[in-house]
Write a protein that binds this ligand. Sequence first.
Ligand code: IPE
Ligand code: IPE
Ligand code: MG
Length: 262
Amino acid sequence: MGERPMSRAEGVQEDGPTGAAPQAAGVPVHVGVIMDGNGRWATSRNLPRVEGHRRGVEALRRCVRAAREIGIRYLTIYSFSSENWSRPVSEISELMGLLKRFLRHDLAELHSANVKVRIIGERTSLSRDLCLMLDEAEALTRDNTGLTLVVAFNYGSRQEIASAAQRLAAEVAAGTLKLEDITIEALGGRLDTAGIPDPDLIIRTSGEQRLSNFLMWQAAYSEFVFLPIHWPEFDHAALLGAVQEYARRDRRFGGLTARTGS
Ligand code: IPE
Ligand code: IPE
Ligand code: MG
């Protein structure tokens, strides 16, 4: 048997991030979700787009609950991309407001459910009150050991990678890092997702089949499931279906098929 990392879809048992119980067979450790289709869900019902975003928050609550029930350890949700600033100002402020309301209403419940909240993305262009709320969510839940909920807000993979490259360059210039120490691990450790395992499964709703600048580095060997439903329709059954599809996948990581051996 070679040294390839074995597929989690094969049912590899591994230690949890905090020494918790091993991951159940076939259950992805980390699921990324591109929550897409809010606007189309609303317009197809003659509702304003904003209503789709509001219903999207309810779908997010269902998704978090389902992820905990299924035993997923890390759930990363794409809630605002660095390119979403090109939308109308009214829609942007509604999305900012929804995140604030989500944190205000749901943080205590997430905390009592042992959920650890982590935010990734660029914070400097966000309002001060939103930044304070993001800091508070992370600080309050820092020591929780259940599901890690990673909120990608004002997030873009290209910017994340460029920022990591800047950090490495600054360290080389300062003499604290050698050029030859710029490795995959060194760069990965300077991304916003440092310390978080790569996503095993990425789900995108709405039928679109693209990453839209989401976790490009981290998704090198992720499995993808594209669902034809819009995000406001997402529920436990949708997540479970995607996880079951993932469990049927044969992850090879460049090696030979897991089923016939190397
Ligand atoms: C996803 O739904 C939410 C965000 C991108 C913030 P959309 O708003 O992209 O909905 P569609 O894709 O236009 O239907
Ligand atoms: C991706 O959806 C971003 C989020 C879900 C937050 P978009 O709706 O912005 O992506 P594109 O524009 O269709 O690629
Ligand atoms: Mg969209």
